[in-house]
Design a protein around this ligand. Sequence first.
Ligand SMILES: Cc1ncc(COP(=O)(O)O)c(C=O)c1O
Length: 329
Amino acid sequence: MALEDLLPLLSEEAFGAGAARLLSGNHALYEQVETRLEELYGRPALVFNSGYLANLGIISALCGRHDAIFADKLVHASIIDGARLSGARLFRFPHQDYEALERLLAKKRPSFRRALIVTESVFSMDGDKVDLKMLLTLKERYGAFLFLDEAHAVGVLGERGLGLAEEEGLGEKVDLLLGTCGKALGSYGAFVVVSKRVLKDYLVNKARSFVFTTALPPVVLAATSLALKLVPGMRGERRHLRELSSFLRQELSLPPGDTPIVPVIVGEAEKALSLSRRLRERGFYVPAIRPPTVPENTARIRISLTALHTRQDLAPLIKEIKGFLSENS
Ligand SMILES: Cc1ncc(COP(=O)(O)O)c(C=O)c1O
């Protein structure tokens, strides 16, 4: 996206919103972006300044000290920070272990007023997808709300790139769905799609990270608006990305999958750094991810594919990784 693509969408005040949305910062482009999101998702949508701020504000607005939050062990730090800020009791379950989640819900849920299950749909450091059907069953069975963070799924999964819930045809059943605009959409900011308008109105008034911050610069909203026009139609790019991900995983003998995040777990932090350095020298920027971002002894390199990559691009990368792994096994 180039600046000249955005100019037709902007009036003269392109860069500084000047104030919070509830004061004078509510630029007309907000209306445009939220209306477009509502058309796409068929539900009310609210834009936040970032995914971090959205998670912080939404979770702390919805839950309080009489409530319980159930979160996958590997969820993003912003979810944990939101849960801590809320004052609710936070229960973590082992990554994607739905039996453990059910045991926790059965034991703990009755003692709390509200329960919120919160998870990512595609995990940021592992690239695996949640079992959404199972989460919805548990949510119904134990009278909980489900908050799905689709930061790594928006743009890349689903017929129109709306995320995993769209891919599985279950969007209507998720209570709150978070998307970020800074990843596949190529802009900045975030949005939440909610089941009822009253929930949107509640967040507008109660989510402190929404109320007490300067609104996004109009130029950012223009970029998001353009992305929301283009991305739903990029089906060919999404197909290519899925195929590329499956191919790369197969070549590296990794568990099957089709999301753009492909981690190669090597164990020790030093090993991940050394592989990342070696790839950098060969022209590949593949960062090492180490504790505390990931659990001890699961340091890794994380490959992030885009629709612009090709199998030819990947051939030398695969060769280098295989070489390193066989020398260091
Ligand atoms: C799962 C997840 N949620 C939320 C965020 C935060 O989003 P943002 O970068 O827009 O603050 C990130 C990463 O940035 C993420 O990986």
